[in-house]
Design a protein around this ligand. Structure first.
Ligand SMILES: *[C@@H]1O[C@H](CO)[C@@H](O)[C@H](O)[C@H]1NC(C)=O
Ligand SMILES: *[C@@H]1O[C@H](CO)[C@@H](O)[C@H](O)[C@H]1NC(C)=O
Ligand SMILES: *[C@@H]1O[C@H](CO)[C@@H](O)[C@H](O)[C@H]1NC(C)=O
Length: 621
C-alpha cells in the first residue's frame, strides 16, 4: 500500500546539465529509545508523512548530545533547525586586544569549517543557494573572554572552560550564539562546539543550525595529547597542519612532537647546522626554523600547545657524526652497532657519550634554540627512555670514565650516571629558558622502575609519562610517590600497533591493532583506581596517544590517527562513565565531519550504518 503512495510523490527531473536529479524518497525521524539515547530512523516518505528531515538535520537535533564530539559536560539542544548562508554570519568580540587578535583568527577557522560542510568544498566548487527571503536567518556570534589575557595554556582545567548559548526568538530572523570563556582557549573550544551544531542541508543548499542550545563545558583532564614521531619517517609540514586541524576538532590540546631520534635529525638549528646536514634524510626532509615557528602559532590559534621532545641520552645517532672533525671527540657511542639487538631496541642504535663533557655545551645550544623556536614553553619533554646499558658498557671511553669516577660497572652505577646526566640536562634547559624552570616530562624507563624513581628523580621537576601496560604496578608506586603522570599505556594508546613487523615477519611488537573502542574505553582514572583505591587522582594530568613513525609517513598519517584520536579526545575531555557503545552514533557521524574538513580519517562501518542508527552493533543481552 505505502509503495503506491510513495510513487505518488516520486518524480525525477531531467535537468539542463544532463544529469538526472533524483528527489530523495527518504526521511529521518528522531526516535527515543528505552534507557538509551534516541536514534535517527530512516523511513520512506509517503503521502501521509508530515514534514521530512534529512539524515544530517535529524542528527544535529537528536540525542542528548546531538552531534557533539567530544560530548560536553552538560547540554540542552533544541529539536528544530534554522537555515542560513555563510555570508550571513557576523561576530562580535569582547576581549583584550591580545586575545582579540587570536579570536579573529579562530573565527576565520570557524567560517572555513562551515564552508567545508558544502559537498563541493574539496573540489573548490562551493556554490550556496542564493538568498531568497524569509527562510534564511542571520547568525550572530558573540564571543566574550572574561579573564585577563592569557596567551598560553597552563595545567589548569579552568583555562579551557566555556559556555555556549544559542537562541532564536520566535518570529525573529536572527539566531544568536553567545560564547563565554575565561581565556582564548576556552573561547575557541566554544566556536568548535558551535560549528558542530551546524551542518549542510542538502534540500536547501544552505547551512542549518539548531534553533537553541545551552551548553556548559570544561575538560576532565588538562593534558590531552597526541604524539607524532617525525624521525623514523619524515612527516610533511602540511600533514602536521592537518593533524593540528583534526586535534582542534577533537579538543585535544597538546601536540607532542618527537622530532628527532637515532634514525634522522630533520630539525634545522642555526647554531648547529651540521646536525640536520648530516642527520636529515634529504635536503627536503627538513623542518626549517620558520616551519617550526609557524606550526607553533598554527597550533596556538587552534588551542593546541606544540610540546617539543628532545629525546636523550638514548635514541640519538644520526646528526651527531661531526664531533671528531670539530675536535669535540665522539659525541655518541654504539651508533649503528651490529648486531643491533644487543645494544638497542631497533636499528640504528646510538646513545650519547656520557664520558664526553662536550655533549653538554652541545645540548645547551640545542635546548636554547628549541626554547626560542617553540617558546614560550610551559613544559619540555626530555624523552629519556630505553637506555641500553650494554651500549655504554661496550664503549672503552665510558668504561674508563666509570673507573675514573670510582664507580663500578653494575647496572646501579650506570643508572646513577644516567640520573646525573638527566639532572644536568634539566639544568641546561632551565638556563636556556632564561632560568625559568618548567616541568620536564620523562618516559617510564629503568630509572622509574620499582624503588628507583624517588632515588633518581625529583617529583617537583618531573612528570612521568607511562607507556607500559594499564596493569603495571609501577603506576601505583608513581602515584603514591606523588609524581604527576600522563597515561600512554601501549596496550591501548599506541596507534602504530597491529601492522606487519618491519624487523622480521609476523606482526609488529605491540600487536594487535588498538581499535577505537579500546582507545575509548582506556580510562586513566579507572586504571589507577584498579591498582589502588586510595590514590590521588589529581596527579593524573591526562593522557596521550602515540604514533611512532616506523611504518607511517605523510601519506598514511591521517588514517592511523583518525578517528581513533577522536576516541582519545572524548575519553580525555569528557571522561565518560559509559563505554564506547553509547558513543557509537556520534563517533560515526564525527568521522564524517573530519572527512568533510579534509582529514583522511579511516572508515569504521558501511555508510548503511550511518543511515540506520542502532542496526549494526550487536547489543549486549
Ligand atoms: C541577539 O543579540 C542582540 C544583541 O546582543 C539582541 O539585541 C537581540 O535581541 C538578540 N536576538 C535574539 C534573537 O536573541
Ligand atoms: C659491564 O661489563 C662488565 C664486564 O663484562 C660486566 O662485569 C658488567 O656486569 C657489565 N655491566 C652491566 C650493567 O651489564
Ligand atoms: C584490574 O586489574 C586486574 C589485575 O591486574 C586486571 O586483570 C584487570 O584487567 C584490571 N582492570 C582494569 C579495568 O584495568
Amino acid at each position: 500500500m505505502w509503495s503506491l503512495q510513495v510513487f505518488t510523490v516520486f518524480a525525477f527531473a531531467y535537468v539542463a546539465s544532463g544529469q538526472f536529479e533524483l528527489p530523495n524518497p527518504w526521511t529521518w525521524r528522531c526516535v527515543p529509545q528505552e534507557g538509551k539515547d534516541s536514534v535517527c530512523v530512516k523511513e520512506l516518505v509517503t503521502a501521509t508523512t508530515s514534514g521530512t528531515s534529512s539524515n544530517a538535520a535529524c542528527k544535529i537535533t537528536c540525542g542528548k548530545y546531538g552531534p557533539l564530539w567530544p560530548k560536553p559536560k552538560s547540554a540542552k539542544i533544541g529539536n528544530e533547525v534554522q537555515y542560513f548562508l555563510p555570508s550571513a554570519v557576523s561576530e562580535n568580540i569582547v576581549a583584550s586586544e591580545a586575545d582579540k587578535a587570536l579570536v579573529v583568527q579562530a573565527v576565520e577557522i570557524f567560517k572555513d569549517n562551515l564552508n567545508a560542510y558544502h559537498p563541493g568544498y574539496k573540489k573548490r566548487q562551493v556554490v550556496w543557494r542564493s538568498r531568497d527571503g524569509a527562510k534564511f536567518i542571520e547568525l550572530r556570534v558573540s564571543i566574550e573572554i572574561e579573564g585577563p589575557s592569557q596567551s598560553h595554556l597552563t595545567l589548569d582545567v579552568s583555562d579551557e572552560q566555556y559556555s555556549l548559548f544559542v537562541e532564536t526568538l520566535p518570529s525573529s530572523s536572527i539566531t544568536n550564539a553567545t560564547i563565554r570563556a575565561k581565556t582564548f582557549f576556552g573561547a575557541r573550544h566554544g566556536l568548535e562546539t558551535l560549528s558542530q551544531l551546524i551542518d549542510y542541508e542538502e534540500a536547501e543548499n544552505s547551512l542549518m543550525i539548531v534553533n537553541s542550545a545551552d551548553i556548559a563545558d570544561q575538560p576532565s583532564f588538562t593534558y590531552r595529547g597526541l604524539l607524532l614521531d617525525t624521525s623514523r619517517n619524515y612527516i610533511s609540514v602540511d600533514s602536521i597542519k592537518r593533524t593540528l586541524d583534526a586535534m582542534a576538532a577533537n579538543k585535544l590540546n597538546t601536540f607532542h612532537w618527537h622530532i628527532t631520534d637515532s634514525h634522522s635529525f630533520p630539525m634545522v638549528l642555526k647554531s648547529l647546522p651540521k646536525m640536520a646536514y648530516y642527520g636529515s634524510y634529504s635536503d627536503r626532509d627538513l623542518y626549517q626554523p620558520e616551519d617550526i615557528r609557524n606550526l607553533v602559532v598554527y597550533g596556538r590559534v587552534r588551542g593546541v600547545r606544540v610540546l617539543p621532545e628532545f629525546d636523550a641520552p638514548a635514541h640519538v645517532g644520526s646528526g651527531w657524526e661531526w664531533g671528531p672533525q670539530e675536535g669535540l671527540g665522539e659525541l655518541t657511542v654504539c651508533y649503528k652497532q651490529e648486531p643491533w639487538q644487543e645494544y638497542c631496541v631497533e636499528p640504528p642504535c646510538g646513545q650519547l657519550n656520557i664520558a664526553n663533557e662536550n655533549i653538554y655545551p652541545v645540548l645547551g645550544k640545542i635546548y636554547k634554540e628549541m626554547v626560542e623556536l617553540f617558546g614560550p614553553i610551559d613544559m619540555f619533554h626530555f624523552g629519556g627512555d630505553e637506555v641500553n646499558l650494554n651500549c655504554w658498557n661496550s664503549s672503552e671511553e665510558i668504561v674508563n670514565y666509570m673507573s675514573s669516577n670510582r664507580v663500578d660497572r653494575s647496572a646501579d652505577s650506570f643508572y646513577g650516571q644516567w640520573s646525573i646526566f638527566q639532572n644536568r640536562a634539566y639544568d641546561l634547559l632551565t638556563e636556556a629558558n632564561n632560568n625559568l624552570p618548567v616541568p620536564g616530562i620523562l618516559w617510564t624507563s629503568h630509572l622509574t622502575e620499582k624503588g628507583r624513581t624517588t632515588r633518581f628523580l625529583d617529583k617537583n621537576k618531573y612528570i612521568i609519562q607511562i607507556w607500559s601496560t594499564g596493569t603495571d604496578p609501577l603506576i601505583k608506586e608513581l602515584l603514591e610517590n606523588k609524581f604527576r603522570v600522563i597515561f600512554s599505556n601501549y596496550d591501548a594508546w599506541y596507534l602504530d600497533c597491529g601492522l606487519g613487523a618491519w624487523v622480521g615477519d609476523g606482526h609488529n611488537w605491540c600487536s594487535p591493532y588498538k581499535e577505537w573502542q579500546a582507545v575509548y574505553d582506556n580510562s586513566p582514572n579507572k586504571i589507577a583506581l584498579n591498582l589502588s583505591s586510595t590514590v590521588d587522582l589529581s596527579l593524573i594530568l591526562g593522557g596521550e596517544a602515540a604514533l611512532w613513525s616506523e611504518q607511517v609517513d605523510s601519506e598514511s598519517v591521517d588514517v592511523r590517527l583518525w578517528p581513533r584520536g577522536s576516541a582519545l579526545g572524548e575519553r580525555l575531555w569528557s571522561d565518560p562513565d559509559h563505554d564506547w557503545r553509547d558513543a557509537e552514533y556520534r563517533m560515526v557521524n564525527h568521522r564524517q565531519r573530519l572527512v568533510k574538513r579534509g582529514v583522511q580519517a579511516d572508515r569504521l562501518q558501511p555508510e548503511w550504518c550511518h543511515q540506520n542508527e542502532g542496526l549494526c552493533y550487536i547489543n549486549k543481552a
